[in-house]
Design a protein around this ligand. Structure first.
Ligand SMILES: [Zn+2]
Length: 437
């Protein structure tokens, strides 16, 4: 029982890590093209958006919804990649940013950034607690937060994973669909897609103007993992399969160029599935030595994950450390996809102003500092969390007493892919707002 719980937690952790670490590549005018799209492929602006932080990153920076202490106010802010600072996107002179008259006031739950624009989903229940319509205002604005306009009212249940010049793509209810960036019209294109490509599968990226999908399926699908393409119009094409038990679901695969790299969870090998010809090849056996059978058919490689940095393939490996007995020991490698060699990476996050107490607490910034991993790839380099800054916060308990507690916030930075891979800590740090009083 304990073992199963541990394995479940390990899976959950790998999932969360994956969500945090999956890189997002922006296609921008003048940016170095990353994909190895074939010359015959139609020019497409379709871009994959990884869930979480990368979804709200564009060439201007990382957009965030600040929720100041009382929780009633929501303000749009930007970790500005040019100014290298975090700022509230309000252009009202002398504004104290303390109420809804603030120019940055935006009752949004999620943000999606595209080239030169930001889109916000503003569920009506955020401004009217009694609202049960299930609707959200779909709001568009310029990269600086200006020229705000509500395009339409849409379902508040959208999860987005792609954008092009015309649409935001995502899942709503169980359908794959899109929302027009011109007028906010929502269209469902393919039913029963969320369960296939999200709950029991993933959208891994974009290749040749289509989404690359993986389906491992629930208990009803036991034979094989299926890799396919989902067009922006909702047409699905299967490309090939990998035998069940030879593909690590969720975090164990990543798209790089025209190859879907994945971990063979029967032995820890890194494999490559060519989207071009449907062929599978063994890329590296360098990590197999770290795979340990934990018994009951579980291997330590079942909580590994793959990621990318500047066109390089990265593999995070968790393995039991024989000397300490610690099962959470992690190592990060750069896998050379032509030779299969694995080079260890060295940049780890820092803790700042952390008090020696609270060792038992959990969450970001507790435990041993982890590796720096790319959140998103932008023309300015890799967007990363380089440190966690600790500070004291407080809340008022039921007796009206202020209770102090230690918490942390991420310190974001940009670093070139070259410096990152070489382990050179040449960061351009983004200065944060003052710590909340
Ligand atoms: Zn303001």
């Amino acid at each position: 029982m304990k073992k199963h719980l541990r394995i479940f937690l390990a899976y959950l952790c790998a999932l969360l890590c994956c969500a945090l670490l999956a890189g997002c590549t922006l296609t921008l005018p003048g940016a170095q093209p990353q994909s190895t799209a074939t010359p015959t492929a139609q020019q497409s602006s379709l871009t994959w958006l990884a869930a979480g932080v990368p979804c709200a990153v564009n060439e201007a920076g990382y957009y965030n919804i600040l929720v100041p202490n009382n929780g009633a106010l929501r303000l749009l802010s930007l970790y500005d990649f040019s100014a290298k600072q975090h700022r509230i996107l309000c252009d009202k002179e002398g504004c104290p940013h303390t109420d809804e008259s603030c120019g940055a006031y935006l009752p949004a739950l999620s943000l999606t950034a595209g080239p030169g624009a930001v889109y916000a989903m503003c569920p009506r229940y955020l401004t009217d607690a009694a609202d049960e319509s299930g609707l959200a205002d779909f709001v568009a604005m310029d990269a600086g937060g200006q020229n705000r306009r509500t395009l339409s009212a849409v379902s508040d249940g959208w999860d987005f994973f792609g954008i092009d010049k015309q649409y935001l793509y995502g899942f709503c209810e169980d359908a794959f669909g899109r929302i027009s960036l011109a007028d906010g019209t929502e269209t469902y294109l393919l039913r029963n897609a969320r369960s296939a490509f999200w709950l029991w599968g993933k959208v891994a990226g974009v290749w040749n103007g289509q989404f690359v999908t993986v389906q491992w399926g629930d208990d009803t699908r036991v034979d094989a993992i299926e890799i396919g393409l989902l067009s922006p119009e909702g047409a699905y094409t299967a490309l090939g399969t990998v035998p069940a038990g030879r593909f690590l679901p969720y975090s164990g695969s990543v798209l790089l160029g025209g190859t879907l790299y994945y971990i063979d969870n029967s032995n820890g090998a890194v494999m490559g599935f060519s989207l071009e010809n449907g062929e599978t090849r063994e890329v590296s056996r360098a990590l197999c030595q770290y795979d340990r059978d934990e018994g009951q058919g579980f291997h330590s490689c079942q909580r590994w994950y793959l990621s990318t940095a500047g066109g390089a393939l990265l593999a995070m490996v968790y393995g039991p450390d024989d000397t300490s007995g610690n099962i959470w020991d992690e190592s990060l490698y750069h896998i050379d996809t032509s030779t299969g060699a694995a080079s260890p990476l060295s940049l780890k996050r820092e803790y700042r102003n952390k008090s020696p107490e609270d060792e038992a607490a959990e969450g970001p910034g507790w435990g041993e500092p982890g590796f720096v991993t790319p959140l998103a790839e932008v023309p300015q380099g890799l967007f990363v969390i380089r440190a966690y800054e600790f500070y004291m916060d407080s809340y008022v308990d039921e007796n009206g007493q202020a209770v102090e507690y230690e918490t942390s916030r991420p310190v974001y930075a940009l670093i070139s892919a070259e410096d990152y891979l070489a382990g050179t800590p040449n960061y351009q740090e983004l200065k944060d707002l003052p710590v909340p009083a």
